[in-house]
Design a protein around this ligand. Sequence first.
Ligand SMILES: Nc1ncnc2c1ncn2[C@@H]1O[C@H](COP(=O)(O)OP(=O)(O)O)[C@@H](O)[C@H]1O
Ligand SMILES: [Mg+2]
Length: 397
Amino acid sequence: MSDIIDEVISSFRTSSIFVNREYLMPDYIPDELPHREDQIRKIASILAPLYREEKPNNIFIYGLTGTGKTAVVKFVLSRFHKKFLGKFKYIYINTRQIDTPYRVLADLLESLDVKVPFTGLSIAELYRRLVKAIREYDSQVVIVLDEIDAFVKRYNDDILYKLSRINSEVNRSKVSFIGITNDVKFVDLLDPRVKSSLSEEEIVFPPYNAEELEDILTKRAQMAFRPGVLPDNVIRLCAALAAREHGDARRALDLLRVAGEIAERLKDSKVKEEYVHLAKEEIERDRVRDIILTLPFHSKLVLTAVASMSSEDNVVLTTGAVYETYLNICKKLGVEPITQRRVSDIINELDMVGILTAKVVNRGRYGKTKEIGLAVDKNIIVKSLIESDSRFADLWG
Ligand SMILES: Nc1ncnc2c1ncn2[C@@H]1O[C@H](COP(=O)(O)OP(=O)(O)O)[C@@H](O)[C@H]1O
Ligand SMILES: [Mg+2]
């Protein structure tokens, strides 16, 4: 048995493609972040007062996914931390992962070395303890709240409001915030007081273009791949494909990494362009699967309805027709249906996440109607639905 393990490990170790795949992983923060010099300089100059142990202004950072927001903020803070040892503490919280008000406050407390139980305290009590902990803490604290849009949409901005007032409850201003959002329109959702307090400084991260992505990939690839296995045209293709998807560096890195993994799997000595196309399909499949697995039950039923109708040629699917099919499915499964209005909302949500297309068309005197279709391969959808809930298997017979 141990022979098999040794064999796997040694073939992994002696990868003919990668020196170290880790350098292409999304969490790895490189020493160089090309094309983000302006943002790095700006954030560093806002945070510079930490050197004199004074409170920097709060910063709000906007930009689409994969524009380097998380990487740049972590990069600047960790550099500062090394240089100004002991002059400040920084706490990073991704509020899409630490996703309840209780957990956010508990996490902040733990980072300040205050132990709290897993559950059971009130939010007000946690907040009281946080104020106390900060009052007793003898240096500046920088709190990074990443992907804050997801959190506020799920709850509301109460906790941001409370946190933004924390300085007025301690003896001297000690806490500064860096809020990061992928949703550019997000601030409109915030209470104006929260907005003005948290966005003393605003920084925008524009999408990368194809040439910028090429530079980024080239630097990361030099560390990750063995010399000579990665032709330039492969990097260029990954950059071009990701540039089409709003200049997402994460997507570009994923394409490159998965293309390399495919070369490795096929025991090829070089990464080829066709592997990038295969990588794109693989990534797309995983993305769709992840979305479908976490959909609420009725969204899955609506998706089933659309998918089952999409097999008929040339049918134009309207909300009404989808609703009819949806009602039939509910009957078959013996579940209580929801209203057509809600189903219509679900269709829009599935359009937003890119699984369905719902296009509003004007049909003259018949008024406006929605034309609905699948945005991704039907087989992927059906497979994922069945994987997520065995009841769907029966529907496809
Ligand atoms: N300028 C850059 N140079 C090198 N890598 C980058 C750069 N910008 C982004 N990346 C990498 O791309 C991925 C996505 O970046 P990230 O900071 O997570 O984006 P965001 O937080 O804006 O969604 C990460 O792996 C990050 O290291
Ligand atoms: Mg991020």
